[in-house]
Design a protein. Structure first.
Lengths: 497, 154
């Protein structure tokens, strides 16, 4: 069957679809605000006249390319192309500013490739097993997973622990806006119908990163980098990934694991992998200032998350997010039934995974070849870059939901992000709080309802107990870090103004 | 400015705690708990800041607050409030005259407001031609399905 699948993928027209899909994905992913959902929505109707094999090969290549493409604008412009590249900005952009953008781009391409390859192998080998385990995760474990992610706020604060904790909390508060996850009542909407759907994470991310960065560009002028590493950083980037193989394996496992759990996904995995790498690293002070490990971890994790997300999508028919749902629609439209018997539908299932595998290699090749040209963006005068990035950010913001209010919201968050950049407040905790707040509240309250109904604590089961120990460990470590951080050991950080 | 930011955060958290009273106990539980924790944390931050200010005033005769954090002022190409004003105008124009026309005008005007060197006429010409070409291409391929078009279909 694998051989038949390989023959299908190696058909010249299917190979062309794979190449075009990957390239289009990279281009769309690299445009700030336009992520995989936009790409799949745009190209899904295009696949209707195609054969089922070609359509699935094209769409999975497009999806993979988009996730990798998100790293390009995150590194070069501090504007994440996809929600999965938000953590990449933290170290990628400082690297680009110091002229090492080429090295960061290469590391992102190679790291993404390894993450995607390991993820694909994992899907093929253990998909039914992982899907069964993932489905057994109860609300108590979900809430603890969210708390585990939230406990990493301290790590993402880069030494500014107290401020990071407060901003993470503000992010959680923002996630409460809109419909109550249990009762359905509206909260904190201040009478605005727009807020009834909650504070949309992609809009906040586009504003806080892309628009805020444009404001900085407009104020400072000049260029992003004054000079470039003449070699383009090819060898340095590849070496950086190969010498950090533990980082690659850890981040891949995080990506696969979080991807397999429906509803967690790519927005979370990149942050968790970043925080885990920072936790494991000896040189924590370098993070946030241009540490290449801070690029490898989130980029490896986000590309490993895609195959991870495919596990419940294809083996159980439960999509983890909007992108997966579109992929599921495409599969069903083309007569491929998802479910535990996915692999029993002939060679098309095998062709799909071989295409996923090859797409990882293809985008890495495109990335390594294109690196020399991508990097030149940092030498373009920012008077030309800023308006273009802003225009794309607004296009991305509008196409997400087709609501004009999002254009105003993105500007509001841009101003908020600009204030935070100017006063050096950590932006990542706010985003992390917003991403995980809803999951934490919903699952915690579901667990509380279960406890009330059964009169037993759902937190006393084996998996919740293990996760509780992990959360406690992270909190204790954060407290120790807080007392060791410069703001507490050197007296207080003096405020400005 | 730093203090203004944290006072605003403190007031926001306080508002969440007070506003939560309007909802049922179940709906208010998590926001009120998180809000209260943040009120305490932000309050601690502000008290710490206040104590430091008093210490600074007693010690050096004048507050050191702000001095260490404030970076040396660099010449600004375009002040932030002017950028925001222009961008707000751009967003308003999108809603009034449509995405394409507003974006075309914005892309052709904004770089020069930021001090793009007009004497490099070849670069200016290349940029203008590319922008107009992208604009016409987008119109030709009918992306108005994705973006809001204005009264003239632009």
């Amino acid at each position: 069957m694998w051989l038949e699948g390989l023959v299908i993928v190696l058909d010249p027209s299917n190979l062309l679809a794979l190449g075009i899909g990957t390239l289009l994905g990279i281009i769309i992913g690299a445009l700030p605000g336009l992520g995989p959902v936009f790409a799949l929505t745009l190209f899904l109707p295009v696949t209707f006249p195609m054969s089922a094999e070609m359509a699935l090969i094209f769409l999975i290549s497009l999806y993979s390319g988009t996730i990798y493409g998100g790293s390009i604008s995150a590194i070069l412009l501090n504007a994440p192309g996809t929600p999965g590249s938000v953590a990449t900005c933290l170290d990628g952009y400082p690297l680009a500013r110091s002229g090492r953008g080429g090295e960061a781009l290469v590391a992102a391409a190679v790291g993404s490739m390894f993450g995607g390859l390991l993820g694909t192998v994992a899907v093929v080998l253990i998909a039914p097993l992982v899907a069964t385990v993932a489905l057994k995760i109860d609300p108590a474990s979900y809430s603890l997973l969210a708390f585990l992610g939230l406990s990493m706020v301290a790590v993402a604060s880069h030494g500014d622990t107290l401020r990071g904790l407060i901003l993470g909390g503000v992010g959680v508060l923002l996630s409460f806006v809109g419909q109550d996850p249990i009762t359905g009542g509206y909260r904190f909407t201040m009478g605005f119908a727009y807020l009834e759907d909650g504070v949309p994470f992609p809009i906040v991310a586009i504003g806080l990163f892309a628009v805020a960065q444009c404001l900085v560009f407009a104020e400072e002028g000049g260029k992003i980098a004054q000079s470039l590493d003449a070699s383009g950083g090819l060898a340095a980037g590849v070496r950086a990934v190969l010498t950090r193989w533990r980082n690659v394996i850890r981040s891949s496992l995080i990506g696969i694991g979080l991807g397999a759990i429906p509803g967690v996904g790519i927005s979370t995995s990149n942050f968790v992998a970043y925080a885990a790498e920072m936790r494991a690293s000896r040189d924590k002070s370098g993070f946030g200032k241009g540490n290449i490990a801070g690029v490898i971890a989130p980029e490896t994790a986000n590309n490993a998350t895609l195959p991870g997300e495919l596990i419940p999508t294809l083996t159980l028919g439960i999509p983890g997010g909007a992108g997966q749902a579109l992929l599921l629609v495409a599969a069903i439209v083309h007569g491929v039934e998802p479910g535990l018997r996915f692999f029993e539908q002939g060679s098309i299932a095998y062709a799909f995974f071989i295409a996923l595998f090859l797409a990882q290699v293809t985008f890495a090749v495109f990335g390594l070849i294109g690196n020399q040209w991508f990097i030149r963006v940092t030498l373009v005068p920012v008077p030309l870059l800023a308006p273009a990035v802003l225009a794309f950010a607004l296009v991305g913001a509008f196409t997400l939901r087709g609501r004009w209010e999002d254009l105003v919201a993105v500007l509001f968050w841009g101003i908020a992000g600009f204030v935070m950049i100017r006063f050096k407040y950590p932006v990542a905790p706010l985003v992390l709080g917003l991403v995980l707040g809803e999951l934490a509240e919903r699952s915690y309250r579901q667990a509380a309802l279960i406890a009330e109904a059964t009169q037993t604590s759902p937190y006393l089961q084996p998996l919740p107990l293990v996760l509780s120990v992990l959360v406690a460990g992270m909190v204790i470590w954060s407290v120790i870090e807080f007392f060791k951080s410069p703001e507490t050991s050197e007296g207080q950080r003096t405020p400005s103004g | 400015m730093d203090r203004v930011f944290w006072v605003a955060v403190f007031l926001l958290c306080l508002w969440v705690v007070i506003e939560s009273e309007r909802y049922t106990r179940q709906e208010a539980l998590t926001p009120q708990t998180v809000g209260l924790i943040l009120v305490v944390l932000t309050g601690l931050l502000l008290v710490r800041d206040g104590l430091q200010l008093v210490r600074g005033l007693r010690g050096a005769g004048r507050s050191q607050a702000g001095e260490s954090d404030r970076e040396p002022r660099q010449p600004r190409v375009l002040p932030w409030f002017l950028s925001i004003a222009i961008w707000a105008l751009y967003v308003t124009a999108i809603l009034w005259v449509g995405f394409y026309l507003a974006t075309l005008v914005f892309l052709l005007v904004f770089p020069f407001l930021m001090g793009f060197p007009r004497h490099r006429w070849r670069l200016v010409l290349a940029y203008a031609v590319l922008t107009v070409a992208v604009f016409l291409g987008a119109l030709y391929y009918g992306f108005e399905m994705l973006l809001p078009a204005g009264p003239w279909g632009l």
